[in-house]
Each structure stands twice: as structure tokens, then as C-alpha cells.
Design a protein around this ligand. Structure first.
Ligand code: FSO
Ligand code: SF4
Length: 550
């Protein structure tokens, strides 16, 4: 028995109860739930410690990484969760001691903050019990439960972006403290439906800040993305494939593979990394892109003739025909799969990856050249804002569509391919995240000098799309909702939940969401969101296009 409905592929659209559609077993689900339970207990202690001016940095960073590890397709390794739970309790108890030493009052901690798992007994069983009690007690008010889950899943997404930002040296105390306040709120029973809606919108606000920090981390280190052609055809030679979202760890691998005659390829959400000029200039062996979105990895990874590193989600349970060349790092993990140790300077040690790549044949034949363009982030697009405005005023551009979000295996996701194919020729398509692989290599041509298909970046670069929308709204002297812009989004996991909450926090209306609505959103909560924001499910490409073009 298990309960999980945090992602779009949740079984039959109403929660995974026997086994995760993502491959997560009930045992792993239970230890993840136990970790989240312990993080909720740690959050209350951290809030008190922060009030007393005690440094909470260790708890802040740990909470982010631990939440990240519980997201869909990140970590399937029970031992890693045991370690996280032990560390969580240690950090909590150390903070309690610090609180005691810094306060004159005697503090009565809530039961959840005194909880002590029994490490000599099954943590899965203990997690299952906590999870069942939580679900049973919360389902008395299904709408509040729905919003509690929205907040929990949203902070998982925000925490993952914040984790990357912190790796790049960008931090904001307010984001950490909000994550802890939201975690602690899950155990509050005195909040109204309205309070929970407001808390969910605050998740969106915190996520906006986290994405902004991450954008700053990327652009400060690697420059602003510029339009860049990325080869899709492999070239002869030894090869390493890097998947996930972590550009810092990709950069560390590029550094460690210099002058080794190994070409580095991106996979999935790392495609936009080619747009960062300081990576391209410094590392000539940073070559091209291989494969498409995460759900195709069993085919892509099996066929890749070199070593493969997965830096974040979405990791699928590996097949035996490629597991020996697969490596994970950071919060990612799978039993028996190589996990990279970290060096003193906080970069992973990639020597085993390099050895594996050199042992393997690499690509032995050249293929005909194929390429895509990346690099249409906020700096690039807003630099040509004058051209965009002129084209709109002259009637050359009728409408902009942001067709972005996650990909996945459901057949209904062909909607997005069809939608882009049907977008009229006087309209521009902006895209981001892994959903773009449905149409990323389509030749949509140009309007004037502007490409009709522009890749804004990864899912966290929703920040860039927001900056572009705000920049254009400012230039046209209208609000974002008044721009000739429609957002057609696809979601899969908790980062997408965080991004959606950010858009709602910004008051963006008329978003179309698919391929299905989240199972954790009740009809009442959805009604509320549709009445306030006109959030609506996708229908058919023809019907939605006609409605957007009015
Ligand atoms: Fe995709 Fe996976 Fe980026 Fe997600 S690779 S589905 S929303 O993790 O984060 O877009
Ligand atoms: Fe099911 Fe998604 Fe949870 Fe996996 S993460 S168990 S697929 S709801």
C-alpha cells in the first residue's frame, strides 16, 4: 500500500496506491514520506532557531537537497534516504541544543519535532504508518488537503531550483525561511481554505525568487545565452552524455575532460546549456546534443556509445543494457548504479566516467549534419524588443504562444506537437523545458529576422519567459494579460507545479494546462482557480488556437 499523487503520470489519474507508475516501490515511497515527515519536524525547530539569530545554514541547504531527492524520478535508493533521515534528526537535535543555549524560556516542541525513528527497525514500515495517518486525518477536508499537497509539491519544485542556485553561490535567506514556514504549516489545522490559497501563491513568489537567483547564478558564471546552433548529429570519437538540469556539474565535467579527446553531449533539459557563451568558448569539446526528452532515455541511453551522467531528474529505472555506463550525482540515485564521489572543492570526481568513456567505442561513423538553435533567453529577446514591437505594430506578428513545460509518455501529449504545427505563420512560438522535444527541430522559418520558434531554455528559465513577457508588456504599455500572448503549458512533476504557482502569483490569466489536470487538485479548488485566473484544461489544438486568436 502507498499513497502518492505528486506527478502527472500518477496511476489512473487518482494516485499510485500499489506501485509507482514512475517505478517507485511502496518501500521507497514510504521512506521518502518519512523523510518529509522528519523535515516538517526540523522546519519548526529551524524557524525558532532563526528567530533567535542562530545560524540555520546547514538546515537550509539540507532541507533543499532532501526535498529535491523526494521528487519524481530523482532518487530510488533506500540507503540514501536512511542517511538523509539520520542527518535530518542530527541537524534538528543540534539546533534544539543551540536554541536551549540561546533562550531563557523552556520550549515545548511539537511531537513531530521530537519524533525519533527506530533505525534498527524497518523505516519503510514507520514511513507507511506516518503516511497513512496523515492521509486519513487530512481527507476529512479534501479541499484543504488538496491545497496542502499543492504547497508541499510546489515547495519541492522551488527547493530544487534553489538547490541549484545555492550551488552557484546565489542564496536568499527569505527563500529558505519560506520553505521551512510552508513545511511547518502542513501540521497546522487552524488555517482556512483562503489561507491555504494564499500560501500556495506565496510558494509561487518564493519560486520566482529561486528562479531569479538561479538565472543570476547561470548568467554571472557563464554569460547571457546567445543564439547558438547545436549539432544533433554525433561526430566520430569518444563520448560522454550529460542529462538533467545541472549546468554547474556539466561545467565541472567539461573542465575535467579537457584535452582528453572526448566529446561532450547534452541530453534532455541540458540542451540550452549550449547557449551559454563562456561554456562554448572555453570548452571546444562541448560538442552537441543527443536524444530527446526524459521518457525516451531507455532508448537514447542504450544506443549511446559512451558514458552517461544523470545530474537531476528525470531518471527512469535503468535497463540492464546500459546500467554499467550510467553514473549519478548529487540528490540523484538508484541502487547499484555508480554514484560519483565529491572532491574537496565540491565538484564531483568524474575520473570513473572518463575511464568508462575511454573504454567504450564512442561514435565510429559520421552522420549528416542536423542542428537546432538555442539561446533565446530574456537578454537576447529583449535586446531585439524594438524589432518585435515594430513587427507587431506593422501586423507582421499577430500573436505569441508560449508552448512550454514537461514532456512525458502519455499519448495525449501529441496535442503540443499538433498545436505548434498548426500555429499560423504570422505567430511566434516561444518554448522551454523538455516538452519542446515534441517539436524542437521543426523548421518554422522566420518573421523578418526573428525566428518563429525560439527556445528560451530549461524549465527554470520560465523566469526568462516571465522577464520577456514583462519587458514586452512594459514596452507596449499594457499588462501581461493584455499582450497578444497565450500560455499553453504541459506539466509532469513538481518543478512544473512551482512554475504554475509562480505564474498564478503574478496574476497571469487564461493559462491552458495539460495533458491532464493534477490529481491532487480537487474540483472545488480547480473551480476556484478557474474563476480567479481562468486557468483551463487544454481541449483540442484547433479549438484552443481559435480561442487564443479570438
Ligand atoms: Fe522535464 Fe523532468 Fe525540467 Fe521536469 S526533465 S520533466 S518539470 O524534471 O524539470 O522539464
Ligand atoms: Fe506515482 Fe508520480 Fe508518485 Fe511516481 S511520483 S509514485 S508516478 S504519483
Amino acid at each position: 500500500m502507498m499513497f502518492c499523487e505528486q506527478c502527472e503520470q500518477t496511476a489512473s489519474g487518482n494516485g499510485c496506491h500499489q506501485w509507482g507508475a514512475c517505478g517507485k516501490s511502496p518501500e521507497i515511497n514510504a521512506v521518502q514520506d518519512l523523510l518529509v515527515y522528519c523535515l516538517r519536524g526540523l522546519a519548526s525547530v529551524t524557524i525558532k532557531a532563526r528567530e533567535l539569530g542562530i545560524s540555520c545554514h546547514e538546515a537550509d541547504i539540507f532541507t533543499g537537497e532532501a526535498l529535491f531527492a523526494t521528487m519524481t524520478n530523482v532518487n530510488f535508493h533506500r540507503k540514501r534516504f536512511t542517511t538523509y533521515i539520520k542527518r535530518c534528526i542530527d541537524i534538528r537535535e543540534n539546533l534544539k541544543t543551540a536554541v536551549k543555549n540561546n533562550s531563557n524560556e523552556t520550549i515545548e516542541w511539537l511531537g513531530i519535532s521530537n519524533y525519533q525513528p527506530n533505525f534498527s527497525d524497518s523505516l519503510s514500515l514507520q514511513g507507511q504508518e506516518k503516511s497513512l495517518t496523515f492521509v486519513e486525518s487530512e481527507t476529512k477536508n479534501v479541499d484543504i488537503f488538496s491545497l496542502k499537497l499543492t504547497v508541499l509539491y510546489g515547495i519541492k519544485g522551488a527547493a530544487s531550483y534553489n538547490f541549484h542556485a545555492q550551488e552557484l553561490g546565489q542564496e536568499d535567506e527569505n527563500v529558505y525561511s519560506f520553505i521551512q514556514e510552508a513545511l511547518a504549516a502542513i501540521d497546522r489545522h487552524n488555517l482556512s481554505l483562503n489561507d491555504w490559497v494564499n500560501l500556495a501563491l506565496k510558494v509561487g513568489e518564493a519560486n520566482l525568487k529561486a528562479m531569479e537567483l538561479l538565472d543570476k547564478g547561470h548568467t554571472n558564471r557563464y554569460g547571457h545565452p546567445t543564439p547558438t546552433k547545436v549539432p544533433l548529429n554525433p561526430k566520430k570519437g569518444k563520448a560522454i552524455l550529460v542529462s538533467g538540469h545541472d549546468i554547474k556539474q556539466l561545467a565541472a565535467l567539461l573542465e575535467q575532460t579537457q584535452n582528453k579527446d572526448i566529446n561532450i553531449y547534452t541530453h534532455g533539459e541540458l540542451l540550452p546549456a549550449h547557449g551559454y557563451p563562456l561554456l562554448k568558448e572555453k570548452y571546444p569539446h562541448f560538442y552537441g546534443h543527443y536524444g530527446t526528452a526524459w521518457q525516451n532515455q531507455t532508448k537514447d541511453f542504450a544506443n549511446f556509445p559512451g558514458a552517461i551522467v544523470v545530474t537531476t531528474n528525470c531518471l527512469m529505472p535503468p535497463h540492464e543494457n546500459y546500467e554499467d555506463k550510467l553514473f549519478t550525482l548529487g540528490p540523484v540515485g538508484y541502487p547499484e548504479i555508480n554514484y560519483l564521489p565529491y572532491q574537496d572543492n565540491s565538484s564531483p570526481d568524474f575520473s570513473t566516467v572518463i575511464e568508462k568513456a575511454l573504454e567504450m567505442p564512442g561514435f565510429t561513423i559520421e552522420e549528416n549534419p542536423r542542428e537546432v538553435m538555442v539561446g533565446f533567453a530574456h537578454n537576447t529577446v529583449l535586446n531585439v524588443a524594438d524589432q518585435v514591437i515594430e513587427a507587431v505594430q506593422q501586423g507582421k506578428i499577430r500573436h505569441f504562444f508560449l508552448v512550454g513545460g514537461c514532456d512525458g509518455a502519455k499519448p495525449g501529449r501529441t496535442y503540443y506537437t499538433e498545436f505548434v504545427e498548426k500555429v499560423p505563420e504570422d505567430c511566434i512560438v516561444l518554448t522551454l523545458a523538455c516538452g519542446k522535444f515534441r517539436f524542437f527541430d521543426k523548421q518554422l522559418g522566420e518573421i523578418g529576422n526573428l525566428p518563429r520558434l525560439m527556445d528560451v531554455g530549461q524549465c527554470n528559465d520560465a523566469y526568462s519567459a516571465i522577464k520577456i513577457a514583462l519587458g514586452l508588456a512594459n514596452a507596449f504599455n499594457v499588462t501581461v494579460n493584455e499582450l497578444p500572448l497565450s500560455m499553453i503549458l504541459s506539466w509532469y512533476e513538481q518543478k512544473a507545479v512551482a512554475v504554475l504557482l509562480t505564474l498564478l502569483y503574478l496574476g497571469i490569466k487564461d493559462i491552458r494546462l495539460g495533458p491532464t489536470l493534477p490529481a491532487f487538485i480537487t474540483p472545488n479548488v480547480f473551480k476556484l482557480l478557474s474563476e480567479t485566473y481562468n486557468l483551463q484544461p487544454i481541449t483540442t489544438p484547433d479549438q484552443d488556437l481559435a480561442a487564443c486568436l479570438g
